[in-house]
Design a protein around this ligand. Structure first.
Ligand SMILES: CC(=O)SCCNC(=O)CCNC(=O)[C@H](O)C(C)(C)COP(=O)(O)OP(=O)(O)OC[C@H]1O[C@@H](n2cnc3c(N)ncnc32)[C@H](O)[C@@H]1OP(=O)(O)O
Ligand SMILES: O=C(O)CCC(=O)C(=O)O
Ligand SMILES: [Zn+2]
Length: 482
């Protein structure tokens, strides 16, 4: 079976159907670079496969030093699984689970953890206090309405900061809270001054920013900036924005306020990661995430996807900042808590994230993983796989398995046995055991002289004999980690 077919299961424990390929040595991972991003000292492996070393190619798309506004390599994550994530339809986090998630996020290294409003319920308030007492490295924030009642409750919980939000679009002004911009501004000033007077951080955010009037927005952001708010937030509450709109709004705001800029981006049209990236390029400083992106409707920028995207831009920066091998554990923890599976195509941790299948890919990957990988699995504590028991396989992938099994075949013989794999795989995908058995039977036939290249009937006879038990079976060794 194709490893991707059953999209929600993890890779088979015995690695059947896949070959693990070496991560070091001649297969060293390198990424073409212009020298600005973290792969500056990477090296291509032109010598692999016997060819001469090649000049390092320049990547015209890597971040440029001239992007003076860009914070792609200078940002903080506000992790909102315990706030926005609690708004996911399936979410119910008891205190123990909230603490486990908060500790895991802290160990991963997120800079902020945002918690549900203590005004939401008595238990929410108690949980907020509990998490504040854990002594985590991450700063603890809570998220409230722009209202003095909520602010008073929030500052009593022991949080390091309060995230204040109020809708500014005509939709929300008319159908949610019913307040005009003058009232919103007046209340925002009162709440911000109050929170500041308690000596903790305060952020002011306009909900539904992209459907709000630009003049209203800039005017209120400028006002709160002048009174010393720590951050202003832009929220794509309905997930309607595209990367260019995000870039433009953040870029404009960057010219208007001197405080930090946070973005909160919903994923209704699948833009949340791209939008977050563009926000950083335009000068945003803080990105809201949740594990697996959980939140209202289809949620917000996922932590893992954002990390993948920013790692691709600057691996060394992201590796130094976060404990990347923890990502899988955190996603599994949250997935279990909200009773979902990690999606098969999830960046980094998806079932097939590091599985290579087609023969053309497999050959190149075996020579140099950078050919078809922008993320190094080992940086995330994960392993690369090459799947070979299918009709898209190629002789180079098969040769690598032959060598892993310690068998000796000529290239011509490997091509011959590859043709047999394809013939069998035209009927059904071959498991790793099936492939290994075929390779062993083929090898012993060649050794004993019962078989030569191109003798299809002789090979079929040997396989039937093997199936009938007249050839001693030996079990396949599990592929070893290089
Ligand atoms: C886009 C977002 O995700 S914002 C964050 C959403 N988070 C939450 O809603 C937290 C969980 N919510 C709750 O527990 C409850 O909704 C509470 C405790 C906040 C309020 O509960 P209730 O008082 O029963 O009001 P209800 O939820 O029905 O309506 C929201 C009220 O807040 C007002 N409101 C809505 N947004 C805001 C805001 N940003 N700032 C100030 N007031 C607001 C509404 O006008 C409405 O007021 P009303 O009681 O005068 O009608
Ligand atoms: O507080 C914010 O910035 C965002 C609030 C929110 O969840 C949203 O607008 O979708
Ligand atoms: Zn949201």
């Amino acid at each position: 079976m194709c490893p991707c077919e059953n999209g929600i299961a993890p890779p088979p424990a015995d690695n059947s159907e896949m070959v693990q390929v070496p991560l070091n040595g001649s297969a060293a991972h390198s990424v073409p670079t212009n020298g600005v991003n973290g792969h500056a000292n990477g090296h291509t492996n032109g010598a692999a496969n016997g060819s001469a070393p090649q000049a390092r190619p320049v990547n015209p798309y890597a971040p440029r030093a001239s992007d003076f506004l860009s914070n792609v390599s200078n940002f903080s994550i506000i992790e909102s699984t315990l706030r926005e994530g609690e708004q996911f339809a399936n979410a119910f986090f008891d205190t123990k689970t909230k603490i486990a998630i908060a500790k895991a996020l802290d160990a991963f290294g997120v800079e902020y953890i945002e918690l549900t409003s203590p005004a939401a319920s008595e238990q929410s308030r108690r949980d907020c206090e509990e998490i504040c007492k854990l002594g985590l490295k991450a700063k603890i924030l809570t998220h409230i309405r722009c209202h003095m009642d909520d602010a008073r409750i929030a500052v009593e919980t022991g949080v390091d900061g309060v995230d204040v939000v109020i809708g500014t679009s005509s939709f929300l002004r008319e159908f949610s809270h019913g307040k005009d911009m003058a009232y919103i501004t007046k209340t925002a000033i009162e709440v911000i001054n109050y929170v500041k007077s308690k000596g903790i951080e305060v952020r002011f955010s306009s909900e539904d920013s992209f459907r709000s009037d630009l003049v209203d927005l800039l005017s209120i952001y400028q006002t709160v900036d002048r009174i010393g708010v720590n951050r202003v937030g832009i929220a794509d509450t309905v997930g309607c924005a595209n990367p260019r709109q995000v870039y433009d709004l953040v870029r404009t705001l960057r010219g208007v306020v001197s405080c930090d800029i946070e973005v909160h981006l919903h994923n209704d049209t699948g833009m949340a990661i791209a939008n977050a990236y563009c926000a950083l390029e335009a000068g945003a400083t803080h990105i809201d995430t949740s594990v697996l992106g959980i939140g209202e409707r289809v949620g917000i920028t996922p932590l893992g996807g954002l990390v993948a995207c920013l790692y691709a831009a600057n691996p060394e920066y992201v590796k130094a900042k976060y404990n990347l091998p923890m990502l899988r554990e955190i996603e599994n923890l949250v997935a279990e808590a909200v009773e979902v599976n990690v999606p098969f195509m999830n960046p980094i941790t998806g079932y097939c994230a590091f599985t290579h299948k087609a023969g053309i890919h497999a050959k190149a990957i075996l020579n140099n993983p950078s050919t078809y990988e922008i993320l190094k699995p080992e940086d995330f504590g994960l392993t690369r796989y090459v799947s070979i028991g299918h009709r898209l396989t190629g002789w180079n992938a098969v040769k690598s398995r032959v060598e892993q099994l310690g068998l000796t075949l000529t290239d011509e013989e490997v091509k011959d046995v590859t043709a047999k794999i394809k013939e069998l795989a035209d009927v059904r995908t071959q498991s790793m055991d099936d492939v290994d058995t075929l390779l062993r039977v083929y090898h012993s036939g060649i050794q004993s002289g019962e078989l030569a290249v191109g003798q299809k009937e002789a090979l079929d006879r040997l396989l039937i004999k093997h199936r009938e038990g007249s050839v001693t079976r030996s079990s396949s060794p599990s592929p070893t980690r290089a």
